[in-house]
Ligand binder design. Structure first.
Ligand SMILES: Nc1ncnc2c1ncn2[C@@H]1O[C@H](COP(=O)(O)OP(=O)(O)OP(=O)(O)O)[C@@H](O)[C@H]1O
Length: 310
């Protein structure tokens, strides 16, 4: 583990949490590279909050060991001064302004209050700092929570579902904010039940399901589950076209009145042209021919299935 001290903000092995006989986090080993935005992705109830809580010393692991910012996971006091978090929704006073809430947290956490205005600007609340917290939209509340997580300029920032329940514009604001937070060289761990929300923000990914690890590694190395396909149909002649393609040796399945042809190693554009020529030679007019790409979200859904586990 000591080799990873400089490259990883978090490196844990065998992280496990049991409640009675129920194992909610099961033998998870993961690393969070320093300076990365790491997405912790999994359906509701997969164990995301529990993992984050263990890293934050809020929940005691049943098993596992490792380091957070070079300190023993089991001695969170040694590293918590360098960690900021937004977990289980921010706890602020409704009858105080956003600015007053942050100042209050500075007092409680012995942080320098001089950073409050800068942080309000960073999270886009510079103009709304004097408004009462109770009058903030959900997106604004989450952004104030992120500002609170940044008090004391932590090296590692942990954000639990910061976009949950926020409208699309609010989500975009939060995504941009996460990107900006990481620009300063900080490490960010951010959870969501949807990869699509974080796809363009994360460079590293941890995918969990039912407490177990399904993938951990760079975003671009997320394994492709199923083969890329071309979807072909011909109004009124789709069945004949499908039989023809199978007879010609293509790996194709019939689905919803179309033929779905596996692309394999072939260039998709050339394959599309060949299919078109084959159909044309048989007197069939192709009415639909398109390349179905797998989104990253599709790949994650293949890793975790779809239902929630809560
Ligand atoms: N204190 C607890 N006692 C018993 N079970 C718990 C406790 N805390 C969490 N769990 C269970 O652990 C499982 C994982 O919960 P966790 O909140 O970590 O999941 P999550 O991925 O963050 O889900 P969500 O997206 O819904 O917040 C759930 O089934 C939950 O009911």
């Amino acid at each position: 583990m000591s080799n990873s001290r400089h490259t990883d903000a978090v490196a844990v092995t065998g992280l496990t949490k049991r409640y009675g006989r129920r194992t909610v986090v099961d033998d998870i080993s993961l690393r969070i590279p320093r300076g990365s935005v790491t997405g912790l992705i999994g359906p509701n109830g997969a164990g995301k909050t529990t993992i984050m809580s263990m890293l934050l010393g809020l929940v005691r692991p049943s098993a596992g060991h490792g380091e957070v910012l070079g300190h023993d996971l089991h001695h969170p006091k040694a590293y918590l001064g360098q960690v900021g978090a937004l977990i289980e929704g921010p706890a602020f006073h409704s009858s105080m302004s956003g600015r007053a809430n942050l100042r209050n947290l500075c007092r409680l956490g012995r942080h320098d209050a001089a950073q409050v205005d800068e942080l309000l600007d960073l999270v886009g609340l510079g103009e709304r700092g004097e408004d009462l917290y109770g009058a903030y939209s959900l997106g604004m509340k989450q952004r104030l929570g992120i500002a609170a997580a940044l008090l004391g300029d932590p090296e590692l920032v942990i954000l639990d579902e910061p976009t949950n329940g926020v409208d699309p514009q609010g989500m975009r604001d939060i995504r941009n904010l996460v990107r900006r937070i990481a620009e300063g060289g900080r490490t960010v761990l951010v959870s969501s039940h949807l990869l699509a929300e974080l796809e363009h923000v994360c460079d590293h990914l941890v995918v969990i399901d039912k407490g177990g690890l399904r993938y951990e590694g760079p975003m671009e190395e997320l394994p492709t589950g199923r083969p890329e396909v071309l979807r072909v149909s011909a109004n009124g002649s789709s069945e004949r076209l499908h039989a023809l393609l199978v007879a010609e040796g293509y790996t194709a399945t019939s689905a919803g009145g179309a033929s779905v042809v596996e692309i394999g190693e072939v260039d998709p554009t050339r394959l599309a042209a060949r299919i078109n020529e084959t159909a044309h030679a048989a007197g069939i007019t192709v009415t639909e021919l398109h390349h179905q790409r797998q989104t990253l979200e599709d790949r994650v859904l293949e890793l975790v299935g779809t239902g929630s586990q809560s």
